[in-house]
Ligand binder design. Structure first.
Ligand code: SF4
Length: 454
């Protein structure tokens, strides 16, 4: 399928081929789905909204509800005020959410629709809310859209009463609901009272009950978002995606913040747990120590198969920083590490990790695409490819073991229910990576070397 990708790498500046990202509104929509009884709303044409819903539904295997301002030629010329007014009335009448979270699209941004004034002028039903954020998709990626939507919710809803609620705000960043559940479990074990924002558990992993519900039980509630300003501390996970929301909390509500790497692997999970310990002044329970010990044991057991194996790792910045950390803990060489999100901080962080492990001759790049990753692999192959489903064509063309991680995983089931974060998440990914490498050994073994014991 990708057999014609040339080996010679040509310098490109403007063109992206097989981008390693998607557009801002996808992130805004995902963020909004992590708020209880929220209807994400796409202010643009139906085509944009359909695409954003589709990519989320295909990853989570759950319906991603959203409404659209349904722009046609008229709105494109005269602006979308009347479209959004009609949409908001219809959505509250027909679907009865508690809140609508509006994000813009390329078209409405190009027209220059002023959503702040449109929303101020709306006559909303009693007790209902509309919030918004701007998500021009010709800059940034879905990661920007995600944190922009977080700040949209906070700008409209969060208050500071001056009376502490004794809680920690935890911003989990872009993770699967299985991760959110794991982060909540760890916080509870560490006896930290918390507000998780956003919270996709119970929404994007809602159980089959036989009855479809627009608004399943989960999600951060409106009172919880309002109360974020009264938290004693904010922990932002993912030191790319959570930078701006944490700064926002510090500046606007004077809530002190700690920015942490996505807790993937031993060291990053340790950092998260130690930060929680500092907050709650609680001893680390044996359950967590035991899980950590199991992970370290597993890393030692399989090091003979992982040591010095080369990996190409691609995807969203924070999860890829985490996967790179885990690969280094496995003794591997992260030969190529790329994200499509244009954040140079990503490059600096990954290079610092490689330096700390004394690993050299790796290529690290932000704002990169899968075409150039494929070209690098053609020039110097790797032992395993780690990333979203969009890597499967490269894996097939180059005959490389492939481990799916991050977003989106469109061609496998069950992943969003499971953690990547925490010691348990790391155990899961060490198993996936090591088994992919060992499956390859089995496949390539001569009959006399093919054994049931490895
Ligand atoms: S037009 Fe813009 S907002 Fe719509 S799908 Fe394309 S990139 Fe995304």
């Amino acid at each position: 399928m990708l057999d014609l990708t040339p080996k010679e790498v040509a310098e490109r500046k403007a063109l992206r081929i097989n981008p390693c990202k998607t557009c801002q509104p996808v992130g805004a929509m995902y963020c909004a789905l992590g708020v209880h009884k929220c209807m994400p709303h796409s202010h643009g044409s139906q085509g944009c909204c359909s695409y954003h819903r589709t990519v989320l539904s295909r990853h989570f295997k759950e319906p991603a509800i959203a409404s659209s301002s349904s722009f046609t030629e008229g709105a494109s010329v005269f602006g979308g005020r009347s479209n959004i007014n009609t949409s908001v009335k219809n959505v509250f009448d027909l679907y009865d959410p508690d809140i609508m979270a509006v994000h813009t699209t390329c078209l409405s941004e190009t027209i220059g629709d002023d959503l702040t004034s449109y929303i101020m002028d709306m006559d909303l039903p009693e007790g209902k809310y509309v919030v918004h954020t701007n998500t021009p998709s010709y800059v940034g990626s879905h990661i920007n859209g995600f944190y922009n939507m977080m700040m949209g919710f906070m700008s409209y809803l969060t208050k500071k009463t001056g009376t502490s609620n004794g809680k920690a705000a935890i911003f989990p960043g872009w993770v699967n609901p299985g991760d959110t559940r794991e982060l909540k479990r760890i916080a509870e074990l560490m006896k930290v009272p918390y507000i998780m924002f956003p919270d996709h558990s119970g929404v994007m992993d809602a159980p089959m009950t036989g009855k479809y519900e627009y608004y399943p039980k989960g999600g951060t509630t409106i009172p919880e978002i309002e109360a974020l300003g009264d938290c004693d501390h904010v922990f932002g996970l993912g030191d790319i995606i959570s930078v701006e929301p944490v700064e926002f909390m510090e500046k606007k509500y004077k809530v002190p913040g700690t920015l942490l790497p996505m807790p993937v692997g031993v060291a990053a999970t340790d950092a998260f747990i130690m930060a929680l310990r500092e907050f709650s002044k609680t001893e680390i329970p044996y359950a967590l120590e035991e899980e950590r010990g199991q992970l370290v044991d597993l890393l030692l057991d399989c090091t003979q198969y992982s040591y010095q194996k080369k990996a190409a790792i691609f995807g969203d910045p924070d999860i890829i920083i985490g996967m790179t950390a885990l690969a280094l803990e496995m003794g591997m060489i992260p030969k190529y590490v790329i994200t499509g999100t244009p954040k140079e901080e990503f490059t600096r962080k990954v290079k610092a990790m490689l330096e700390a492990y004394g690993v050299e001759d790796c290529i690290v790049k932000a704002n990169a695409d899968l075409f150039e990753l494929h070209q690098w692999i053609k020039n110097e192959p790797v032992d395993v490819l780690i990333g979203s489903s969009y890597g499967k064509q490269i894996a097939k063309a180059e005959d490389i073991p492939f481990v799916r991680a991050g977003f989106p995983v469109l061609d496998r089931y069950g992943g969003p229910l499971m953690p990547t974060v925490g010691y348990r998440g790391a155990i899961r990914y060490v198993e996936k990576i090591i088994n992919a490498l060992m499956d390859r050994i089995d496949r390539d073994s001569a009959d006399e070397d093919f054994d049931v014991v490895m």
